[in-house]
Write a protein of this length. Structure first.
Lengths: 122, 954
């Protein structure tokens, strides 16, 4: 089981890293989603794995519980990473609509210069 | 010593407080603005006056507050004779400048800004001379560089002003950096950053092997500030500033800061051979070169600027001699130079103001047209030349006297001869200032018709001229302050006797020579100038600009090579570096043996794993087809949710599923307006490289996860399990952690989520005002649309499901404290329920039926959570302490109440508001993209059709 979780984290990370190295915004967003999965599962795994031991207290039985703390952290992390993905999507969409292309790399030195000037002018 | 006085701190802070006022008072008019700028200065002067008698008696007034004791930084001020002298000069001349500037600045100049900068600068200077902590002194030192930058560049529309300001900042700022290093070395040697300790530890410092580096670094700071050769070039370029600024910065303050520092550090650093040869030689060279250049400058202010350079050289040289008598001469000359130079600068400003030119070649004969100005200028320029009985004569005699018996490298002639040469040149340019500007015939080609200015403009220089004469004829008036300052510089008891007539001394001969030669030089000025202009001279500004250009080019090439705009390259470097560093860290120590056994793998989990890995592979290989990759990515999310269920994390599974749904909807909405496929543009080599990096990162993370999954370690989790029920009143420990133990985190997180929602809304709003809106309207999206956009089946189903979904949401919310669920999940579930309505019946129809704004939902969420937390204060508990209890209503079961549920309600509302706001923003774009607005719930409404037929039948 541990191996499956660890390898799943690894596969998600590898896929995420490969996608964030692409040249267009959409695959980069997909890559960041994969990386968020990987990070969330990774954080969750820091509590180690347990089966049939949810951290919901039982009044009448003395049973084992898994570590609740990473779960609480991951729960908010999932929601926050949704929020961040949404912001990113909006950036990507805005950049595409404004610039009419969705490349993430600035193409040449001229464009860097002109974007610098824009930044100063603003 | 007295400790009676936080007065010192008040004096130091007054100008900074005052700096806030003029910017506001300018609305009340120029006189009000100037008066309010003068108030803090006058107040500080009065307070200083109350302290002065004690200081003149030899007392040292100190006051100290801790700031960052761990760094040795304290807000400590002290006032001794030297500090008093400089503080009086800074405030006194400051007051005169405020008056002068009121009449000098034209109606177009933003006067409020001017006085604000001026007071900032005044405060910074005052801080330097009052600091008793060298770190604090450095802070003020840098502040003078910054505020002088603002002052010099005050006329922002003039390129010379901007360039001069930049040059001054670069040179003095760089010197300041060197000085920081030097001061830190000194602090290390002494073991204290307190100036009083450092001054008492001169022997230790001079004996240290770090003495030379510290000395050189500190001197670089002082020399750049005081415009000593070869750093003198910035000062003339700073003349592009308005004249009041030049008069203030270059007579009494900015450039004197370097001299002040040398005088201040005199007991700690002076007296060694290195000090003498570096400081005295630099001063001597600067004095002669400055005077020589001044003689050939046609711009009045440039002439005065180089004369200032020359006089600063003189002061530096005197301090460099390292003798008590020389130190007394230096202190006295500081006062004298201030009086005549400030007056001369103001006179130059008046001439400029009245004739609209500062070019000596275009002036002359002004004595008849501007008699008052001419009188002031003549007296002060003669004092600058060293004419008896003016104050410049006295200190120049003392200087020449010292120079006369100083030998340089065992040569007794070099210093006296060069000092006399400097004096000759000084006489020559001073006389030129008088003769070529005011002497001669009245011309008829002045750019403007000159006459004496109003009283306000010449009041300040006139007052200074009175001082020039008073000190010159009655030097004993200045004796107390000179004594106090000289005692402070030398750290010994000095008994200066300032008098006019010293008898027939070598200095008198040197002085007479200077006047004779100076007169001859002036007479020959025309021919000398031709020679001077024919000589090749290095132009400092050209060299400086060349160096700056090289630096900028170097910085640009470095920046361009590491920061070329290719984000994918930064990411590749970042990921690779992280993997390599992680690998190095991981292999640098032994790994403890595994302590946990692996759990068995049941078949469904193995299948889930295969689905997940396959889905990741499919996303990566199919990312060009964007819709398809979205389908695969949702498979990953579901597989992970399944994993959470199996691995005892029901809350996470619920969250993951609902977030997954919302995310996919969001991406689908966004994709509608973006290209539907990604072009293949990476080369094979690039793909192989990226795959290599990705696999390395994946293997590294997997190995790390595997390593800790098989090992036990203690954490604080046991505490939460043990206290969840007794302390938090809930059995779902995850929820109790969220709303109680770590409530503060959660509170922060809902705020972040709210900010994300508002950011998206704001971005969308800005987009729809820009060129994007036009593009949206012009692009034809209709090809992508289904013919049946609001199918009846879906409308009916979602309508029926809405109450059920809301009920489920409420149930999940209420059980959250004890069973899996809670505000986060409930918020997401209800968002999905609402989103279904949007999907089924369209944006406009749903929006018409929406009563509550998402913004306020979001806001109320945060407010409710915050108020719940603050409610704990009423009970005298810390923020977010929760309370709970049990109620019993027969025959219903025992019912628990907890304040945490109100907090969770806040979380619920914030999540709901944020998610809906995000999707709402995206759907607003759809309306711009020309989507038809439907007010009917569905495209083909059979009930409406039936009504219609009925109506027709009737």
């Amino acid at each position: 089981m541990e191996f499956l979780v660890a390898s799943a984290i690894g596969v998600l990370t590898a896929g995420g890293v490969y996608l964030i190295l692409r040249l267009r915004t959409f695959p980069v967003i997909l890559g960041i989603s994969l990386l968020s999965y990987a990070v969330n599962v990774f954080l969750f795994a820091t509590g180690r794995l347990a089966v049939d031991a949810p951290p919901v207290l039982q009044k009448y039985a003395d049973v084992a519980y898994t570590d609740p703390l990473p779960q609480a952290l991951v729960l908010t992390a999932i929601v926050i990473s949704f929020g961040m993905t949404a912001v990113l999507v909006m950036f990507a969409l805005g950049a595409y609509l404004e610039a009419d292309h969705d490349q993430i790399n600035i193409q040449d030195a001229d464009e860097i210069e002109s974007s610098d000037e824009k930044g100063q002018g603003a | 010593m007295t400790n009676s006085t936080s007065l010192l701190a008040i004096i130091a802070i007054l100008p900074f407080l005052g700096a806030l006022v003029p910017g506001l008072m300018i609305r009340a008019g120029r006189n009000a603005c100037a008066s309010f700028a003068a108030i803090p200065t006058v107040l500080a002067l009065i307070l200083l006056g109350t302290l002065a008698p004690a200081v003149l008696q030899g007392e040292v007034i100190q006051t100290s507050y801790e700031w960052l004791p761990s760094l040795g930084l304290s807000v400590s001020f002290f006032l001794d004779g030297l500090g008093l002298l400089f503080a009086l000069m800074i405030l006194g001349v400051g007051l005169l400048i405020i008056l002068y500037a009121r009449f000098y600045l034209s109606a177009d100049d933003p006067m409020g800004q001017f006085y604000t900068y001026l007071l900032l600068f005044q405060g910074a200077m005052l801080g330097i001379v009052l600091s008793d902590n060298i770190l604090l002194l450095l802070v003020f030192w840098e502040l003078t560089s910054l505020s002088s930058f603002l002052l010099i560049g005050y006329w922002k529309h003039l390129p010379e002003g901007r360039q001069g300001a930049r040059m001054a900042l670069t040179v003095t700022g760089a010197g300041g950096l060197a000085m920081i290093a030097g001061m830190l070395i000194i602090g290390n040697i002494v073991g204290s950053y307190n100036l009083t300790d450092i001054l008492a530890a001169g022997d230790v410092i001079k004996a240290s092997e770090w003495y030379m580096p510290a000395l050189i670094l500190i001197l670089i700071g002082a020399f750049t500030k005081s415009a000593q050769f070869p750093f003198h070039f910035w000062l003339p370029h700073a003349m592009a500033a308005p004249t009041p600024v030049s008069a203030y910065l270059h007579s009494a303050t900015m450039v004197k800061a370097g001299v002040f520092l040398m005088a201040r550090m005199w007991p700690a650093l002076a007296g060694t051979e290195a000090w003498f040869y570096i400081v005295a030689t630099t001063g001597l060279v600067t004095m002669v070169i400055g005077a020589l250049i001044a003689l050939f400058k046609d711009d009045l202010k440039a002439l005065l600027a180089f004369s200032t350079v020359s006089h600063l050289g003189l002061l530096t040289m005197l301090l460099g001699f390292g003798t008590k008598a020389a130190a007394i001469a230096a202190v006295f000359h500081i006062i004298n130079h201030l009086t005549f130079k400030a007056a001369l600068f103001m006179t130059a400003g008046i001439v400029d103001h009245e004739t609209h030119t500062r070019d000596i070649k275009r002036l002359g004969g002004l004595a008849k047209l501007m008699p008052i100005t001419a009188t002031i200028a003549t007296i002060t320029a003669l004092s600058m030349a060293g004419m008896i009985p003016l104050n410049g004569f006295l200190s120049k005699e003392m200087m020449l006297e010292e120079a006369a018996h100083t030998s340089w490298m065992h040569n007794p002639w070099i210093v006296p001869v060069l000092a006399t040469l400097g004096a000759c040149l000084s006489v020559a340019y001073s006389l030129r200032f008088i003769v070529h500007v005011f002497g001669g015939k009245v011309r008829d080609d002045y750019p403007s018709h000159p006459h004496d200015p109003p009283f306000g403009l010449y009041a300040s220089p006139a007052l200074l001229t009175v001082l020039v004469v008073l000190i010159g004829t009655m030097p004993f008036l200045a004796e107390p302050i000179v004594t106090a300052a000289a005692n402070a510089v030398t750290g010994a008891d000095t008994h200066p006797h300032l008098k006019i007539w010293h008898g027939v001394t070598p200095a008198l001969y040197m002085s007479l020579t200077a006047f004779g030669v100076g007169g001859v030089l002036l007479a020959m000025h025309g021919s000398l100038e031709r020679v001077w202009n024919a000589l090749p001279r290095p132009e400092a500004k050209v060299i400086f600009d060349w160096i700056m250009d090289r630096c900028v080019a170097l910085a640009k090439s470095i920046t361009a090579s590491v920061h070329n705009g290719a984000i994918s390259r930064y990411l590749a470097i970042f990921v690779s570096a992280t993997v390599v560093l992680g690998y190095l860290a991981f292999t640098s120590g032994p790994i403890a043996p595994a302590t946990r056994d692996m759990l068995p793998v049941p078949l469904p989990i193995a299948v889930g794993w295969i689905i997940l890995v396959a889905a990741v592979g499919l996303v990566v290989t199919n990312h060009h087809k964007r819709f398809l990759s979205l389908v695969f990515i949702s498979m990953i999310g579901l597989a992970i949710a399944g994993g959470f269920v199996y691995l005892s994390a029901p809350d996470l599974a619920l969250t993951q599923i609902s977030v997954e749904t919302v995310t996919v909807m969001l991406l689908l909405l966004a994709l509608h307006f973006m290209p539907k496929s990604t072009p293949r543009e990476s080369s094979n080599a690039l793909r192989v490289r990226d795959a290599g990096i990705a696999i390395a990162a994946g293997v590294a993370v997997a190995a790390l996860a595997m390593a800790f999954l098989l090992r036990d370690f203690d954490s604080i989790s046991a505490y939460h399990l043990a206290n969840s029920y007794q302390g938090g009143g809930g059995t779902n420990v995850v929820n109790v952690i969220l709303v109680d133990f770590r409530g503060y985190d959660t509170y922060g997180e809902i705020i972040v989520l709210g900010i994300a929602g508002l950011t998206i809304y704001a971005l969308m709003d800005a987009l729809l005002r820009g060129p994007a809106a036009k593009r949206l309207r012009e692009t034809d999206y209709s090809q992508d649309r289904s013919r049946d956009r609001h199918p009846m089946m879906m409308v009916v189903a979602t309508r029926a499901m809405l109450p059920i979904a809301i009920l489920v949401g409420v149930y999940i919310f209420l059980r959250g404290h004890n069973q899996p669920g809670g505000g986060f999940i409930a918020g997401l579930v209800i968002s999905i329920a609402l989103l279904m309505q949007y999907m089924a019946s369209g944006f406009a129809w749903t929006q018409l039926r929406q009563r509550i704004e998402y913004h306020s939902l979001l806001g109320w969420g945060v407010v409710i959570a915050g108020l719940t937390g603050a409610g704990a204060w009423i009970a005298g508990k810390p923020f977010l302490t929760s309370a709970f209890g049990y109620l019993h209503f027969p025959p219903i079961e025992e019912f628990e109440w907890a304040t945490a549920i109100a907090f969770d309600l806040g979380v619920f509302l914030a999540v709901l508001g944020a998610v809906m706001l995000m999707l709402y923003s995206l759907s607003r774009i759809a309306r711009y993209a020309g989507e038809t607005i439907n007010i009917d719930p569905m495209d083909h409404d059979p009930s409406a059709a039936a009504e219609k037929t009925e109506a027709e039948a009737n």
